[in-house]
Design a protein around this ligand. Structure first.
Ligand SMILES: *Cc1c(COP(=O)(O)O)cnc(C)c1O
Length: 389
């Protein structure tokens, strides 16, 4: 066999930032001490900073879904009317969580690969003025499409409803002006653009969302926004925090601040643009051509080739883990991630590997054609000057 470095290239978990990983080794620390309170406080402050909100940011020990569920159980009541935008597997998750808590859900569905238009949200809000909440994904990771959350924020701000945004792969890959666009709850997760392992979730909470908290009657205990806010102000979490992950996040946030959130977003955007150019150059089709996001690019496998084969070949030939499609998209598409600790060297390798795999399965390939498309985007953007070291 030859040497194969293991490379995690999925849209969550994403490649880890090495200094963050090393920081985890200092976790023989008690969480009810001044040393840890200092770290916890700085992490909450830095999260607020990189998310760019003057509202509260809370942190939870869970994967992203925990914060999604918490935003329902803390801000709504049984029977509340809600609009859920569903354009992929994560939109379906919103619907399932809302329904599990007894919300009365109106689904706005779009085909996988498509998005839910702002006008449909406006129409649904007008049809049901008692609507308490609108749920959407900023970036629908299962299809690679991005929603117009800015437009949705504008539409929802005129009503008494709140906009709850799953930005778990939106943060760090697309601009999100939380306060300016009226995004009442914005949810993030540690294993996406934040470059650390899974296990922490965050949520920003607007003043309007806090009003919802006051009237909510759904039961909750572990995830309690108000309790978490009160404790967070003192540098503590309500329960035992994931100490190692908090230390990692502190380190990763330092890096994100050093690079700059804008540049992190630009980095993902350039990689996404280069990926789209490369796969189209290789004769492949994008799965979400209308509103492609920058967190991940979903690509249709060539006719007659199961995308699972491409995923497997990446693993066995190059030690690289890329993502298959989820649900009914499994076997149809493969997904190349761009969020967080990804760079052009990663992408050169992924596209070069893709060319080899396509060639091996009889798809006509001019070696280097896809890589050249990436090189062109790199050179045109003069990346050396624009992306932090
Ligand atoms: C990763 C992800 C989630 C969260 O999934 P967890 O497994 O709970 O971390 C939610 N929404 C989107 C869009 C995601 O990409």
């Amino acid at each position: 066999m030859h040497i194969k470095k293991l490379r995690l290239l999925t849209p969550g978990p994403t490649p880890l930032y090495p200094p963050a990983l090393h920081a985890m080794m200092a976790s023989d620390m008690h969480h009810r001490t001044e040393d840890f309170r200092k770290v916890y406080k700085s992490v909450l402050a830095d999260l607020k900073d990189v998310m760019g909100t003057s509202g509260d940011v809370l942190m939870f020990v869970s994967s992203g879904t925990g914060a999604m569920e918490a935003s329902v159980s803390n801000l709504f009541s049984r029977g509340d009317k809600a609009i859920v935008c569903v354009a992929g597997k994560f939109g379906e998750r919103w619907a399932e969580i809302a329904q599990a808590h007894g919300l009365e859900v109106t689904l706005l569905e779009s085909a996988y690969g498509d998005t839910v238009a702002v006008e449909r949200v406006e129409t649904a809000l007008a049809a049901e003025p008692a609507t308490k909440g609108v749920f959407v994904q900023a970036s629908e990771t299962s299809t690679g499409a991005a929603h117009d959350v800015r437009g949705m924020g504008k539409a929802v701000a005129k009503t008494s409803a709140i906009l709850v945004v799953d930005a778990i792969t939106g943060l760090g890959t697309m601009p999100l002006d939380i306060d300016g666009w009226g995004l009442d709850v914005v949810i993030g997760g540690s294993q996406k653009a934040f470059m650390i392992p899974p296990g922490l979730a965050f949520a920003s909470i607007s003043p309007k969302a806090w009003q919802h908290y006051e009237t909510s009657t759904l039961p909750h205990y572990y995830f309690d926004f108000k309790k978490e806010k009160k404790n967070g102000a003192n540098g503590e979490s309500s329960w035992t925090p994931a100490t190692a992950l908090v230390l990692a996040l502190a380190e990763a946030l330092k890096y994100v601040k050093q690079v700059g959130m804008e540049k992190l977003i630009e980095n993902a955007g350039l990689l996404a643009r280069a990926t789209r150019a490369a796969v189209q150059e290789l004769g492949l089709e994008l799965f979400s051509p209308k509103s492609p996001g920058s967190s991940v690019t979903a690509v249709r496998a060539p006719k007659g080739l199961d995308s699972g084969v491409i995923v497997k070949e990446f693993r066995s030939r190059f030690g690289a883990i890329i993502a298959n499609g989820q649900g009914s998209m499994k076997g149809q598409i493969f997904r190349i991630a761009h969020l967080g600790y990804f760079d052009f060297a990663d992408l050169f390798a992924v596209i070069a590997g893709l060319e080899v795999i396509l060639h091996a399965y009889g798809h006509p390939v001019t070696f280097g054609a896809g890589v050249a498309a990436v090189q062109k985007v790199y050179c045109d953007a003069a990346v050396r000057q624009t992306v932090g070291v």
